[in-house]
Design a protein around this ligand. Structure first.
Ligand code: ATP
Ligand code: MG
Length: 672
């Protein structure tokens, strides 16, 4: 694409389509690698021979490839001693996670240790993928193996370029999926893996057919084509061994997974008193009993924690009963908290077990994070995801602009009138403190009387004149943000609930008193001090604000690295090979900033041609100039003068043309 003379949308699309038909799924556009999901195994594309072929070869010498990007990052790190990062983005199912795994495999190949030990750092880094996927991936309508969390893997290298440590950071696991699955999606893979475990484990955890569990049977999808859950269960256990999770810990992990399934089967019915509830039947009692056994906590306390809330008023302590609906909400809340703590535990464990290298000077970070999302209905999750993408887009624009600018100053041309597209205003709308949407949401969450309606009204009032904010006509609770990639309308009704990062004290107390050290580890007793200060609500914690801090820290890391960009593209919604949907792909290129990058370069001088390239191509426009034997630069100047173009620049070694000028010169050439 960098060689294309005319850089515009149809040209870009046509080029990608042609290459895709030839199974050339990778294409460079300037500094971006575009990767179009082949939805089929392409022979030899990632084998050992290929890795060897790309090792040490400068970018652009061979066909575009993920390996070439990883190699460039590795070489830059070795040669300049600077950290590098590779940012992989794209919509769900576009191939981010597969790409990330290829990058990691190649980096492990470059920086790996000799020999075939099973527990080398690089082995552990690679095996962390299946473990995290088992607990954080699920089948969705968009992707059979969709990552429901964002991930940044930092691979640390020693001074000899060998992998010496790694750190994995994860972002925003989708919690709602644990209790709520819509057809034809699935819950997290680990639940089905466990239900397909060897008989002994099934018996121990009192499991059975996935169809018998409420958290799984809300959808009719249980099996995945081409996947054996029984086989994968054993694979995951093996991967857990490698990443350093002990046999005992593995037993506890799956015990907790099983407890979540049983918990979900506890149902409630109306009790005798008003607004109270009881267990619905014996079946529910059995699941309550089993949940308590698996979590090794007191069964009466568990029942109490599900059915009642303790209210502390200045005068007295009251036990308030929950109605069946509230009890079910409480149960689901507990399930979500247990599961997300388990996921965080796994990430921590893997990090501790791989180990960090405190002496590492340079690292390569690989980011696999959800792309821009705009659905029919968009909630808090989409809001956070799109916020992430605004951040990454700004990072990308700044970098692109910086690179163009560096080239211009190196060539000493006059470039003052290039405008830098910035989305700072969109970021301000979201994250500014005070006054941004996240801050207003926190305020609403702290104020007991707020509802999503009062929250929305507040937004309408404050952002009335904001160009990035739109109040949809006829709506009292929705709002639209004009993101860099397009407008997205958000439904605010769940924003407050989803933002609250709150564990019911009854649940906390119950589990921190468990007889199982592993469970206690997930719910460490809250220290006296912190309960005191949090009761004063001085330390309000919200998902949105915490996410904002996480993103800030990610951006700091990224800013200290040399970035490389990979944009994954999903060629069709059918997840089938060889189908190239033009409009759909164009939209993704827009959202992925590919076209924005093209726009940035068009705002400046999209065509850079060395003097000799220029003379080769356009010398025939003024043969008399060539005959004069002047130096190349002067010859270029003379030719350009003769054509009557304006606004171009001549640098030290290159001619810089404005958008469209190349086409004009070609037209002159055609007449000749
Ligand atoms: P999500 O955001 O939902 O996690 P994703 O971008 O991570 O999506 P992947 O899980 O990487 O998407 O890819 C989806 C599927 O596409 C894979 O399971 C695989 O079947 C196929 N796929 C992706 N990349 C490749 C590739 N390079 N070669 C062959 N198949 C691929
Ligand atoms: Mg993924």
């Amino acid at each position: 694409m960098t060689e294309l003379s005319y850089l515009h949308e149809p040209g870009v699309l046509h080029n990608l389509a042609t290459r895709y038909q030839l199974h050339e799924i990778y294409t460079y556009t300037g500094s971006i690698l575009i990767a179009i999901n082949p939805f089929q195994k392409l022979p030899h594309l990632y084998d050992g021979h290929m890795m060897k072929k790309y090792k040490g070869v400068p970018l652009g010498k061979l066909s575009p490839h993920v390996f070439a990007i990883a190699d460039a990052a590795y070489r830059a790190m070795i040669n300049e001693g600077k950290s590098n990062s590779i940012l992989v983005s794209g919509e769900s199912g576009a191939g981010k996670t597969e790409t990330t795994k290829m990058l990691m495999r190649y980096l492990a190949y470059l920086g790996g240790h000799k020999g075939t030990q099973r527990r080398t750092v690089e082995q552990q880094v690679l095996e962390s993928n299946p473990v995290l996927e088992a607990f954080g991936n699920a089948k969705t309508v968009r992707n059979n193996n969709s990552s429901r969390f964002g991930k940044f893997v930092e691979i640390q290298f020693d001074k000899n370029g060998r992998i010496s440590g790694a750190a994995i950071r994860t972002y925003l696991l989708e919690r709602s999926r644990v209790c709520q699955v819509s057809d034809p999606e699935r819950n997290y893979h680990c639940f089905y893996l466990l239900c397909a475990a060897p008989q002994e484990e099934i018996k121990r955890y009192k499991l059975g057919d996935p169809k018998s569990f409420h958290y799984l049977n809300q959808s009719n999808c249980y099996e995945l084509v081409g996947v054996s859950d029984a086989h994968d269960y054993l694979e995951i256990r093996r991967a857990m061994d490698i990443v350093g999770i002990s046999e005992k810990e593995q037993e506890a992990i799956f015990r907790v997974v099983a407890s979540v399934l049983h918990l979900g089967n506890i149902e409630f019915a109306k009790g005798n008193e008003t607004d109270s509830s009881v267990l619905k039947d014996d079946k529910s009692r059995f699941h309550l009993q089993t949940t308590a056994e698996l979590l090794m906590c007191d069964v009466t306390l568990l029942e109490d924690a599900l059915l009642r809330r303790v209210m502390v008023t200045p005068e007295e302590v009251i036990k308030r009963s929950l109605d069946p609906e509230a009890a079910a909400v409480s149960r689901d809340g507990l399930a979500k908290t247990i599961y997300s703590r388990l996921f965080d535990w796994l990430v921590d464990k893997i990090n501790n077990s791989i180990g960090q290298d405190p002496n590492s000077k340079s690292l390569i970070g690989v980011l696999d994070i959800y792309g821009f999302e705009s659905f029919k209905s968009n909630s808090f999750e989409q809001f956070c995801i799109n916020y992430t993408n605004e951040k990454l887009q700004q990072h990308f624009n700044q970098h692109m602009f910086k690179m163009e600018q560096e080239e211009y100053s190196k060539e000493e041309i006059n470039w003052s009138y290039i405008e830098f597209v910035d989305n700072q205003d969109a970021l301000d709308l979201i994250e500014k403190k005070p006054g941004g949407i996240i801050a207003l949401l926190d305020e609403a969450c702290m104020f007991p009387k707020s509802t999503h309606e009062t929250f929305s009204q507040k937004l309408y009032q404050i952002f009335k004149a904001n160009k990035r904010f739109i109040k949809p006509k006829l709506s009292r609770t929705e709002f639209t943000i004009a993101h860099y990639a397009g407008e997205v309308q958000y439904q605010s009704d769940q924003f407050l609930d989803k933002n609250k990062d709150y564990v019911v004290p009854e649940h906390q107390d119950l589990l921190s008193a468990s007889k199982c050290p592993f469970v206690v580890g997930l719910f460490p007793p809250v220290a006296e001090e912190s309960t005191k200060s949090s009761s004063k609500s001085s330390k309000f914690s919200s998902i949105g604000s915490r996410f904002k801090l996480q993103l800030q820290s990610l951006m700091e890391t990224l800013n200290s690295t040399e970035p490389h960009y990979i944009r994954c593209v999903k060629p069709n919604s059918l997840l089938k090979p060889a189908i190239f949907e033009n409009v759909n792909i164009m939209q993704q290129l827009r959202c992925g900033g590919v076209l924005e990058a093209i726009r940035i370069s068009c705002a400046g001088y999209p065509t850079h041609k060395t003097f000799s390239e220029f003379l080769n191509r356009f010398g025939l426009l003024a043969p008399e100039v060539l005959e004069e034997h002047v130096d190349e630069k002067v010859a270029c100047e003379k030719i350009l003068e003769k054509t009557g173009l304006a606004g171009y620049q001549i640098g030290k070694t290159k001619v810089f043309l404005r958008a469209g000028q190349m086409a004009e010169l070609d037209a002159h050439r055609a007449i000749k």
